[in-house]
Design a protein around this ligand. Structure first.
Ligand code: ADP
Length: 362
């Protein structure tokens, strides 16, 4: 069906009605010529006024809305162009300003006002989504950059050791094992990093937890025993406060919560100098159990406390990389605890020590 402009349609209908009424008046009723002239002039005047009215009230605002709403179109192909988000966001902000101006402008009819309101709210929502997408894109790019950087360091070290061996060191009995060991240690670091990356990506896409009741004391004991050889290397003592009620159970995914303990105790060992002490305790409350891991290590400056749970955030970049951390441990801890509707608290004093505390439902 052919779509025609409302004014064209109105003019056609008006001309037909005028012609028919003119014929009726002049031939059938036979009114005088003067009367016909007055009738024609009055009809023309009425026609012009209604045309201007329709144009101002309907055509003009609809055309304006049509032109403005074109700005709502998003082209997915352009998402990767560097300035796409910024330019689209400013375009949408302008659109919202224009719509605001239209809303507060001269009297509008109710239907058109409603359309403007609707487009205004669609533009607001699109703007919000674009801003979120922009943040995601920045985070993704930053994350990719960090991953590449973290992978490059051990790969480079492995390459260097192997190159040295190939260039002749393989035949030098004094150093060949040393270079092989160095390469091997770096592959362990690479594996740890890749494992952590896989965990992070699983948690961020929402991995399913398999929750049940289990004895928290057993898991604390088991984890501490597994990591004791690391503490022994630095002559660090791990004190586990003996619970009054070792039978107390908590509700959660045992394996994942053990991962939380591994990461926190491992950090406590890493960031505590030789001969230090680590304390692990539980506080049993009515409906929850608080788990506390305390060390008397190097501590974390106040300004960094807020950021240590971010991916790849390290207080002392070179030192913790040397110690061997992936920079993802606490981020994984946070994800696991969030999936248990639990939060982690940290308090720390530089050169005095750090306390991490989290709560589990019992
Ligand atoms: P990493 O693999 O570098 O240890 P994490 O995510 O586990 O990464 O920890 C982030 C940063 O928080 C560490 O680099 C370190 O600077 C700091 N940190 C974590 N635990 C402790 C602790 N017990 N004592 C001092 N600093 C810590």
């Amino acid at each position: 069906m052919k779509r025609i402009n409302i004014l064209t349609k109105y003019s056609l209908i008006w001309s037909a009605v005028f012609l028919i009424s003119f014929i009726i008046l002049s031939s059938i009723i036979d009114v005088s010529n003067e009367a016909l002239l007055v009738y024609s002039a009055a009809s023309m005047g009425f026609f012009l006024i209604t045309v201007i009215f329709i144009y101002k009230e309907v055509n003009l605002p609809l055309n304006k809305i049509f032109n403005l709403s074109g700005k709502l179109k998003l082209k997915e192909d352009d998402f990767e162009t560097p300035d796409y988000f910024d330019s689209k966001i400013s375009e949408l902000n302008n659109l919202i300003d224009d719509l605001d101006r239209m809303k507060s402008g001269s009297v509008l009819n109710r239907e058109i006002f409603r359309i403007i309101n609707e487009i205004h709210s669609i533009a607001g929502r699109t703007l919000h989504e674009l801003e979120t997408a922009k943040v995601f894109k920045i985070n993704r790019n930053e994350f990719m950059g960090n991953v590449a950087h973290e992978l490059r360091t051990p790969i480079f070290a492995i390459q260097l050791s192997l190159e040295t061996l190939i260039d002749g060191a393989i035949n030098d009995e004094k150093v060949n094992m040393d270079f092989l060991r160095r390469a091997f240690n770096q592959t362990s670091r690479l594996k740890e990093l890749v494992d952590d990356l896989i965990s992070i990506s699983k948690f961020e896409t929402g991995v399913k937890m398999s929750k049940r009741y289990f004895r928290i004391s057993n898991v604390i004991q088991k984890t501490a025993e597994e990591l004791r050889y690391l503490a022994d290397k630095k002559n660090i003592v791990i004190n586990i406060e003996q619970p009054e009620d070792p039978e107390v159970t908590v509700f959660g995914d045992e394996q994942r919560l053990q991962q939380v303990l591994v990461n926190l105790i491992d950090n406590a060992i890493k960031y505590t100098p030789c001969n230090g002490t680590i304390g692990i305790s539980r506080i049993v409350k009515d409906k929850e159990v608080i788990v506390r891991i305390e060390d008397n290590g190097i501590g974390i400056p106040q300004k960094d406390l807020k950021r240590i749970f971010e991916r790849f955030y390290r207080v002392d970049k070179t030192r913790s990389r040397d110690i061997g951390g992936s920079g993802l441990g606490l981020s994984i801890v946070k994800h696991i605890l969030e999936a248990h509707s639990s939060r982690i608290n940290v308090e720390s004093d530089v050169n005095k020590g750090t306390v991490f505390e989290f709560t589990l439902k019992r």
